[in-house]
Design a protein around this ligand. Structure first.
Ligand code: GLA
Length: 349
């Protein structure tokens, strides 16, 4: 059963994501703990066999693609470039198609995965409610990850797509990026999550991101799977940059495991401290922060009631995640929101 609804209409919501801890660990088979946000992309349209026609309230360009793609006539550019690889990954033929409008309540270039929310949402809309892709959400995440890599050349891991399509409502997602095993994680009572724009807008900078992914691959080549490597082994590396990159990955994987433990025992103060340590590691060892972002982290961290804060996502700008006591208010000029795990992409109606 791959039909959308009997009248061919499609309505679905695809969320943005925030990563609580486990940053830049996914592409070396590490641990991550993201959650789906209540803000994201809404897709509304109809099934139109042979055509993908999309417009969005967030970008001016419209996408119009005749299927099958690849005739070379209107090879899509811009945000439409993910469509062809998506169709290929999903194994969908020219009998599929979609005419839809997309609306977003996610701030753009915010490090909250708006582009993966689009690709995952479109994949689900194209595959259809009840399709094998709808039913096997981790397989869908992998297909979207590969399609995005093909479209952008940025060698991303699977965290964002998994966070967007897999979790149930009320659940953060512990994901082992080696085995793809998942566990639902509940946030402890007495802890609220804030997501705050750093004020630095960015698109994932491909050169810097791919440089970090290449360092992780080189570390794996030298030391074996990084999940099993201890800190002493990393500290013994003669290459200073690789030593710092490796130190971040090894300690960050440990921070994910510790976060699960402190959530279990409801130690919200320690949960905040883990975010602080995670930020220091990103700033000093992995070098994905910058002065403006560090200043914003310090400002949010100094707010009464805030328990810890760090840069979240790919970095070089984007958003912060903070843990705080319930009801904490921020005094910042940028976009911010309280966030609870809202569940993965879903058909509406
Ligand atoms: C981006 C990528 C993810 C992940 C994060 C950093 O969001 O898409 O795969 O690597 O950066 O944790």
């Amino acid at each position: 059963m791959t039909d959308q609804t009997t009248d061919g209409t499609v309505r679905l919501f695809s969320p943005g994501r925030v990563n609580l801890i486990g940053e830049h660990t996914d592409y070396s088979g590490g641990l991550v703990l993201p959650m789906a946000l209540g803000v994201g992309i809404t897709i509304e349209g109809t099934v139109t066999p042979g055509v993908v026609a999309l417009r969005s309230d967030a970008v001016a360009d419209e996408v119009h693609i005749e299927l099958p793609v690849g005739s070379g006539v209107d090879e899509p550019a811009g945000w439409g470039r993910v469509i062809a690889p998506l169709l290929e990954e999903l194994g969908l033929g020219a009998d599929r198609g979609l005419t839809a409008s997309l609306s977003s309540n996610l701030p753009p270039a915010s490090g909250l995965s708006s582009s993966s929310a689009v690709s995952c949402g479109l994949a689900l809309a194209l595959a259809g409610r009840g399709s094998s892709w709808d039913l096997d959400r981790m397989a869908l995440a992998g297909a979207c990850q590969r399609a995005e890599i093909a479209a952008t050349g940025v060698n991303i891991g699977i965290m964002d797509q998994a966070a967007i399509v897999v979790p149930g409502p009320g659940e953060a997602l512990l994901l082992d990026c080696d085995t793809l095993a998942t566990e639902p994680v509940r946030l402890p009572d007495g802890l609220e999550v804030l997501v705050v724009h750093s004020g630095v807008y960015r698109q994932l900078e491909s050169s810097q991101y791919n440089d970090r992914a290449a360092s992780a691959a080189e570390l794996t080549r030298r030391l074996g799977p990084l999940r099993s490597v201890d800190l002493a082994t990393v500290e013994a590396l003669d290459d200073e940059v690789l030593r710092r990159r490796g130190r971040h990955i090894v300690t960050e994987n440990a921070r994910v495991l510790e976060m699960i433990e402190v959530f279990d025992r409801g130690d919200v103060a320690r949960a905040g401290a883990i975010l602080d340590e995670g930020h220091r590691s990103l700033a000093v060892d992995y070098e994905t922060s910058n002065d403006e972002v560090d200043a914003m982290v310090a400002r949010v961290r100094a707010t009464p009631g805030v328990l810890g804060a760090r840069l979240t996502g790919g970095g070089f700008g984007g958003s912060l995640v903070a843990f705080c006591e319930p009801g904490t208010e921020l005094d910042v000029d940028t976009w911010w929101t309280r966030a609870a795990p809202a569940g993965g992409a879903r058909f509406l109606d």
